[in-house]
Ligand binder design. Structure first.
Ligand code: UFG
Length: 322
């Protein structure tokens, strides 16, 4: 297939672009490089620098596209609380423009990066797709708004769309000479922060609260290897059917606590990694674990890189190579 990958210079987008190329697809990456890196665009992809309005319209106007994979987004929960306008504009308005370009040029398929943050504080864990969507921050709200937009475009204009709701994406794509992983200017995610301690760029890791209602008192999350996540995107492309918008959670279905993550990082790196208990971070739910049963039954997706130490080892391999 000929595919447009927005945000293909970012973490998840670049890894998915690499998987698409490895599977024999033709890939055009569109990225404005506001948070992505030019050198993360995999060899073999054509790169276009630009935004999701006029540039996307011009690229899709070249014709022949079988699908769009839409990763480009702002994705910092804290920033979205402080500057929500960046999320309504950068996520919702920009995605609306992209959808209009998709409609104008009759592109048949869309795979969208949605998020567990659309659910907010869950009543039920593991979280199924029919759980109430009550996002607790503008980031999650912006992604949910885009999901609603996509539903209406599928119904009205025949788009075959899939939203994939990621839980805690982690690990890296490390095959041969290709190393693609998490490289944020402002890092907020647990595993890369812990690995910064192991690599000597940070003195200790703060554990945000050890008095949560969980077995060891620290928050529990569902860490999903970025390569498993990429596999789901390829399956979603094949599964797309005109006029339908399907939504799937992507997680490993197993929760690990912050302390378990820190321990796995100690084992993998051999570094003592000092940890300091700090106050709870505002907005953190105690436990977030996905039910991915629907992705298993409908897409035939089964994550295969689910051991925490494997996920951390790949992230460490990537971090050491930088
Ligand atoms: N944590 C720490 N110390 C740190 C950083 C994180 O203890 O220095 C804890 C957090 O409190 C949380 C866990 O580690 O309990 C994971 O935190 P991350 O920031 O790595 O990930 P989140 O679970 O907050 O966020 C992820 C995605 C978001 C998405 C959200 C859905 O990164 O994009 O899941 O709820 F919105």
């Amino acid at each position: 297939m000929k595919l447009l990958v927005t945000g293909g210079a970012g973490y998840v987008g670049s890894v998915c672009a690499a998987h698409l190329l490895e599977a024999g697809h033709q890939v055009v990456v569109l990225d404005d490089l506001s948070t992505g890196h030019r050198d993360a665009v995999p060899d073999g992809a054509r790169f276009v620098e630009g935004e999701l309005g006029a540039t996307a319209r011009a690229v899709l106007g070249e014709g022949g596209f079988d699908g769009v994979l839409h990763f480009a987004a702002r994705s910092l929960v804290g920033e979205s609380v402080e500057a929500p306008e960046k999320y309504w504009d950068g996520n919702v308005v920009a995605s609306f423009r992209l959808l209009e370009a998709i409609r104008e040029h009759a592109v048949p398929r869309l795979v969208f990066s949605s998020t567990a943050a659309t659910y907010g504080e869950p009543d039920q864990v593991p979280i199924p797709e029919n759980a109430p969507a009550r996002p607790t921050n503008p980031y999650g709200a912006s992604k949910l708004a885009i999901d609603h937009m996509i539903t209406s475009y599928a119904a009205a204009h025949g788009l075959g769309a899939t939203s994939l709701r990621y839980f805690n994406v982690a690990g890296a794509h490390v095959t041969g000479t290709v190393h693609l992983g998490e490289r944020h200017a402002v890092e907020t995610h647990l595993i890369p922060l812990v690995l910064q301690v192991a690599s000597g760029t940070r003195e200790s890791i703060s554990i945000f609260g050890d008095d949560w209602p969980t077995p060891d008192g620290t928050c529990v999350r569902d860490y999903i290897h970025v390569d498993d996540l990429a596999d789901a995107h390829l399956l979603a492309l094949q599964h797309a059917s005109a006029g339908r918008h399907d939504v799937y959670n992507l997680g490993s279905g197993h929760g690990f606590s912050v302390r378990e993550v820190v321990d796995a990082c100690r084992t993998v790196t051999g570094h003592p990694i000092p940890a300091v208990v700090a106050p709870r971070r505002a907005g953190d739910p105690a436990v977030l674990v996905a039910s991915s049963d629907l992705a298993a039954s409908q897409l035939g997706w089964k994550p295969s890189r689910t051991e925490l130490e494997r996920i951390v080892a790949d992230a460490w391999e990537f971090a050491r190579g930088r």
